[in-house]
Design a protein around this ligand. Structure first.
Ligand code: NI
Length: 194
C-alpha cells in the first residue's frame, strides 16, 4: 500500500464535480485503501477522491483520534446525498488541499445522509457535530466546492496572496502534493517536505 499525493488549491480537479460510482471495482477498493492511508499519514480527518485527482464520488472520514470522535468508526462514503439538514454552527476548518489556511465556516449541525458503502449497499445515517461537519466538507469537495467558497468576499480577498502562493507550490507540507499546472507524472518536481 502506498499514499497518494494530494492536489493543492489551484488544480482544476478540485473545482470539478465527481461522477457517481455505479460499480466498485478492484481499482476503487485500492483507491479507498490508499485514501485512508493518505489521510492518516497527513493527519487529516477526511479526504475526498478529488483531492487525490480522481473524479469519483468517494470520500473517507475518520475522526476517531479526536476527543469528540471517540468511538466513531471510520467511514467510506460513496455517492452521498444529503436528505435532511438541521441547525447551524460555526467552526474553524482547514483542508489538506489548502495548507495553513484556517477559517470559520457555518455548517448544518445535524444531517441525514444517504450513501452507498464499499459493497454498494444503500445506507442511511444521521450525523451531528464534528462528524456532520467533516462529511459536509468532503461532500462539498465531490461537488467541486471548497470551504473557501463559504467565506465572505472580504475574507477571500484577504486570503488572495496566500492562495496564490499555494497554487504556485510556495507552501510547506508534511505530505506529498501535486501543484497546480504540474502533471502528476513529473514526480521529481513535486514538493516533498518530510
Ligand atoms: Ni478539504
Amino acid at each position: 500500500m502506498s499514499t497518494l499525493p494530494i492536489y493543492l488549491y489551484g488544480n482544476d480537479v478540485l473545482k470539478k464535480k465527481a461522477k457517481k460510482v455505479t460499480e466498485v471495482t478492484d481499482a476503487d477498493i485500492k483507491l479507498v485503501k490508499e485514501m485512508f492511508e493518505t489521510m492518516h499519514e497527513s493527519n487529516g480527518i477526511g479526504l475526498a477522491a478529488n483531492q487525490v485527482g480522481e473524479l469519483k464520488q468517494i470520500l473517507v472520514v475518520d475522526i476517531s483520534d479526536m476527543e469528540v470522535g471517540e468511538g466513531t468508526k471510520p467511514m467510506v462514503v460513496i455517492n452521498p446525498e444529503i436528505v435532511d439538514e438541521e441547525g447551524e454552527w460555526e467552526m474553524e476548518e482547514g483542508c489538506l488541499s489548502i495548507p495553513d489556511v484556517r477559517e470559520k465556516v457555518w455548517r448544518a449541525e445535524k444531517i441525514r445522509l444517504k450513501y452507498n458503502d464499499i459493497n454498494m449497499n444503500d445506507c442511511e445515517v444521521e450525523a451531528d457535530g464534528m462528524l456532520a461537519r467533516v462529511l459536509l466538507h468532503e461532500i462539498d469537495h465531490l461537488n467541486g466546492v471548497l470551504f473557501l467558497d463559504h467565506l465572505s468576499s472580504t475574507k477571500r480577498t484577504l486570503l488572495r496572496s496566500r492562495l496564490k502562493k499555494i497554487s504556485k507550490g510556495d507552501v510547506e507540507t508534511q505530505y506529498e502534493v501535486v501543484i497546480a499546472g504540474e502533471p502528476k507524472s513529473k514526480s521529481k518536481s513535486k514538493k516533498i517536505v518530510l
